[in-house]
Ligand binder design. Structure first.
Ligand code: FE
Length: 136
């Protein structure tokens, strides 16, 4: 089981920059093609911007053309939770950090078929990239 990280809204507000707070703690969405990682191709690991949990590996990242970082799978199925999201008149599946419940984005069934058919569509603001050093 993943180690839970529990903080109050006020604690998160003090810890995070305003954009990360708005997206990850309040369920916001950054505008397409504006985030720091949608066109980012370095090797490494994308961690939760709130609690540091490893969420996605660059090896699962692909260019979906959506304007948001897109992955075919999480780094570990136990690190990302999913729940139904009926907001904005749509039926979608929200994805969250399993440790701290940060809003990450949504998962859609239109990913690459040969990689499982899922597209984990994530806000850059909910991620913090850690570069993989040679030999690691
Ligand atoms: Fe987290």
């Amino acid at each position: 089981m993943i180690k839970r990280v529990e903080k109050s809204e006020e604690e998160w507000r003090e810890l995070l920059d305003p954009e990360t707070f708005a997206v990850a703690r309040k369920g916001g969405t950054e505008r397409a093609f504006t985030g720091r990682y949608h066109d980012h191709h370095e090797p490494g690991v994308y961690r939760c911007a709130c609690c540091g949990t490893e969420l996605f590996d660059s090896e699962a990242k692909y260019d979906s053309g959506s304007g948001w970082p897109s992955f075919t799978r999480p780094i570990d199925p136990g690190h990302v939770n999913a729940r139904e999201d009926l907001s904005h008149g749509m039926r979608r599946v929200e994805i969250l950090c399993a440790a701290c419940d940060a809003h990450l984005g949504h998962v859609f069934p239109d990913g690459p078929a040969d990689e499982g058919g899922l597209r984990f569509c994530v806000n850059s603001a909910s991620l913090h990239f850690q570069h993989r050093e040679d030999g690691e």
